[in-house]
Design a protein around this ligand. Sequence first.
Ligand code: ZN
Ligand code: ZN
Length: 244
Amino acid sequence: MRIVILGTGGYHPNERRHTACVMIPERGIIFDAGTGFFRVPQFVEQKKLNVFLSHAHFDHIIGLTFPLVALHRKEIEAIRIFGDAKTLQAVQIHLFAEPTFPVVPDFEYVELAESTTVPGNGILTYCPLNHPGGSIGFRIDWPETSLAYITDTIADGTYTDFVAGVDLLIHECNFPDSGVDLAKMTGHSYTTSVARVAAEASVKRLVLTHIDPQLTSDDPIDLSVAQAIFRETTIAQDLDEIEL
Ligand SMILES: [Zn+2]
Ligand SMILES: [Zn+2]
């Protein structure tokens, strides 16, 4: 299964990273709809898309305003948006408010049940995360493999059991260790904290994303620090493809 990372930045886009979006084309599954969502049409394999939103901060939902042309051209046939009640309400009332975006797309909104069956005989579950205003993390277990997508949270270990043993953990790492105070203040993660969660959860592989857009170097979060704690760690770049 191919996973495409369409946006790897947090907060706002910069010259090398768009904001949060992860797509599994053959399953029609997308996590978050940040600015990276503009890339979705070029990767569509299933014309019915299921979008799972972690929360309603703009860097995770603004891309929902992008697919109107692809819908009009039938490159995409339908989009279902999954989230908790608060997030779905924010999208419908605030993002698609008449003064901000007067065309209301014909999306279907689905409040997350305790578990959701997804294409490929997968079971999706979610858990609450510690972030200002709240966020939720996702896990999908298919018969042959598993992944978890955890973003916008302090890596406080409260969800270690939830992600335990997954083949792939995609996790935010907004800051290097030097940003620990900012991480705690803004409800985000820093390098050592994420690597510890991956090690304690005995995941197979860790991919770091949602990088602070002020940090534009090749190694914004000191990868070697993470790898010293959890060896199978990489930093995602926009348009990276991961085989799972
Ligand atoms: Zn964010
Ligand atoms: Zn957020």
